[in-house]
Design a protein around this ligand. Structure first.
Ligand SMILES: NC(=O)c1ccc[n+]([C@@H]2O[C@H](COP(=O)([O-])OP(=O)(O)OC[C@H]3O[C@@H](n4cnc5c(N)ncnc54)[C@H](OP(=O)(O)O)[C@@H]3O)[C@@H](O)[C@H]2O)c1
Length: 354
């Protein structure tokens, strides 16, 4: 122990502290000793000092999880993937039972945070069975998981739970913010139930953020990867009349949003995870064509979309949601990619051309 300015400090607890103010509370907490905290100047209101957190992630093999996990590890956090099969559980992966919600975590010590991304992919033809899987893989497991977390002796402080801008449904040119009511139809209903399923965690005092995620852009998968080949073959074109709004976010911005949510102690409830400049489908088409140096002469008529993709086409490709990230902006989150043209240039220039 040493004495500094009248405050008793633990040397081990403070090792590494002076170089990095973010390490302070963690070092003290993990050292397990009682120490009188030094006074620090916080970097901003509501910002959490804790640098090294133990973070559990579901859906870690998905498009978002595959980027999120190394990103959080690079920030110095310990990230443990939750897997749905006992066979793949190991040193960095822990089994969770979606039916029980139970997480087979047997280490002593607290879990600081939870990021819940798991759910059946919404891409593909929405048959009756697929629609049931989309709903059932989200609502029941989320409720079970949140009940489990609520009953833990030391529950995590924060749960970041995925939801989607599908919450708002098909809304034309209406500007949609977190306070806007939910829409009508299958997808809004699933999103409402998915968000409501996090209530047991919230009721237990866990800070719960329901992240309403827009279309995630990365050349490594999802919508952009699916569009890239036809657009490169100059077969790209607007969908329907092209007036429907698309609310998008780059994957790198999304993982930065998740980190921001983990570290901002005063944010909870619904948060729109979208870039601040939603665009119409016609603008998106034109911008992607320019980024790939290809013309976009075609139009895929709405009836063809419905024929080819059924309800998925109607609810995802033809629906319009002009969603704004009001709460992120108020909280001071700085987007790296606000402008679609710059974002696509950046994303597509980093990948080899066909
Ligand atoms: N990508 C987007 O544009 C977008 C837009 C809005 C909302 N979201 C939501 O954000 C979350 C993450 O998105 P993502 O693009 O990373 O999704 P994703 O690529 O489809 O991955 C989701 C992950 O969930 C797990 N999973 C798959 N089927 C499941 C099932 N039947 N039951 C339980 N878990 C299952 C799998 O992870 P494990 O094998 O590791 O368990 C899978 O890798 C999803 O819930 C998605 O709906 C995504």
């Amino acid at each position: 122990m040493m004495e500094t300015g009248g405050k008793i400090l633990n040397e081990a607890a403070l090792s590494g502290y002076y170089g990095n103010p973010l390490s302070e509370s963690n070092h003290i907490r993990r050292a397990g000793h009682c120490a009188v905290l030094p006074t620090l100047t916080p970097p901003g209101p509501g910002f959490n000092f804790r640098h090294t957190m133990v973070i559990l992630v579901t859906g870690g093999s998905g498009l978002v999880g595959r980027r999120l996990i190394p990103y959080l590890e690079n920030q110095g956090h310990r990230v443990v993937r939750l897997v749905r099969s006992r066979d793949v559980a190991g040193e960095k992966a822990v089994f969770w039972s979606t039916s029980e919600g139970r997480v087979y975590w047997d280490e002593p010590g607290e879990i600081d945070a939870f990021v819940h991304l798991a759910g059946e992919s919404i891409l593909g033809r929405w048959t009756r069975a697929k629609k049931a899987r989309i709903r059932e893989s989200r609502v029941g497991p989320t409720h079970n998981l949140c009940t489990f977390l609520a009953e833990m002796e030391a529950p995590p402080r924060v749960l970041i739970a995925a939801s989607a801008t599908g919450y708002y449904g098909n809304r034309g040119e209406e500007v949609l913010v977190e306070k806007s009511p939910s829409g009508d139809g299958y997808l809004p209903e699933v999103c409402r139930q998915w968000e409501a399923a996090t209530e047991p965690a919230r009721a237990a005092g866990i800070r719960v953020v329901n992240l309403r995620i827009g279309m995630v852009l990365t050349p490594e998968g999802g919508a952009l990867a699916a569009m890239r080949t036809p657009f490169r073959l100059a077969l790209g074109g607007k969908v329907g009349d092209g007036r429907q709004y698309m609310s998008w976010i780059t994957r790198d911005d999304l993982v930065a949003v998740i980190r921001f949510m983990l570290e901002s102690d005063d944010l909870d409830g619904p948060v729109n995870a979208v870039a601040p400049q939603p665009v119409t489908n016609a603008e998106f088409t034109r911008t992607l064509g320019l980024a790939l140096h290809r013309p976009t002469p075609f139009t895929v008529p709405a009836f063809m979309v419905r024929l080819l993709f059924g309800q998925m086409g109607k609810d995802l490709l033809l629906a319009s949601a002009k969603v704004m990230p009001d709460r992120l902006k108020e909280a001071g989150f700085a987007f790296r990619h606000s402008d679609l043209a710059a974002a696509l240039d950046n994303l597509l220039s980093a990948t080899p051309r066909d």
